[in-house]
Design a protein around this ligand. Structure first.
Ligand SMILES: NC(=O)c1ccc[n+]([C@@H]2O[C@H](COP(=O)([O-])OP(=O)(O)OC[C@H]3O[C@@H](n4cnc5c(N)ncnc54)[C@H](OP(=O)(O)O)[C@@H]3O)[C@@H](O)[C@H]2O)c1
Length: 228
């Protein structure tokens, strides 16, 4: 496939390296030429099968919009722009485009979300165990709480609406990403990402899956056929 990678940061480079290893033709578009998504034109992207977007919260919506307008299926892993997703999703539907956005492309975290939701259901109505979420990421991560922590809180809240599941965020050091659901006392369930490789592999799998599937998809649609 011909894949355009928008964003040449840590994730963009990791996806590009893996895509090349898997035999795809890769082109990277970095920030210098792409203010407001201006490099993402139909002419520039002719022949591209799919785009993978890992940039910054303030840049993602414009990038995805320009890609959709250019008729390119888009996988976006940028976090922190979820408030703009409904507007962008409406554009995808209007244009018959394809978008798969995920705050976390690790397969393991999605299994973790399912397990956490199950645990929350089992512990609903047991207020003696105070519940909270802890998330820890490297010092350079811009958004807090993490997109994954917010998804986790929403899922846990569905299983046990009586609790708030407050989130504590730590930004320090170089850790790729740790999420913990703790029930004060007996239980803690955690997911620890050891490197960016898992995120890159998930994003690339999504890029290989998305072309030919119009609409707005989640990573869970791809992995499990729908949300857990
Ligand atoms: N979904 C997942 O599984 C997952 C996993 C890890 C990270 N993330 C998220 O992915 C995003 C990127 O993470 P990262 O670790 O790669 O960050 P990063 O190393 O800071 O890279 C971001 C890159 O985007 C570039 N950029 C900014 N605006 C752009 C634009 N309009 N067009 C093209 N490139 C642009 C930046 O360039 P400049 O430095 O020149 O501005 C930078 O090179 C973050 O939102 C992060 O939270 C998601």
């Amino acid at each position: 496939m011909r894949i355009v990678i928008v964003g040449s940061g840590k994730m963009g480079r990791a996806v590009a390296a893996l895509a090349e290893e898997r035999g795809h033709a890769v082109e990277a578009i970095g920030s210098a030429e792409n203010a407001g998504g201006r490099a993402l034109t139909a002419v520039r992207l002719r022949g591209v099968d799919v785009a993978v977007e890992f940039t910054r919260p303030e840049a993602a919506a414009a990038n995805v919009e320009r890609l959709v307008e250019a008729g390119i299926p888009v996988v976006s892993g940028t976090t922190g722009w979820e408030a703009e997703l409904p507007r962008v999703a409406a554009l995808v539907e209007r244009r018959g485009g394809a978008l798969l956005h995920a705050a976390n492309f690790s397969v393991g975290i999605h299994l973790f979300l399912r397990a956490a939701r199950h645990l929350a259901g089992e512990l609903a109505g047991r207020p003696e165990f105070d519940a909270y979420i802890l998330e820890e990421h490297h010092a350079a991560k811009r958004d807090a709480p993490s997109g994954t922590a917010r998804v986790l809180r929403e899922r846990l809240g569905k299983a046990d609406p009586a609790r708030g599941f407050p989130i504590t965020s730590i930004r320090a050091g170089a850790t790729p990403g740790t999420h913990v659901v703790a029930y004060d006392g007996p239980y803690a369930l955690s997911h620890v990402a050891r490197s960016r490789a898992g995120f890159a592999a998930g994003a690339l799998a999504a890029a290989e899956w998305l072309p030919g599937r119009p609409g707005v998809h989640s990573f869970e649609d791809m992995l499990f056929g729908g949300p857990g």
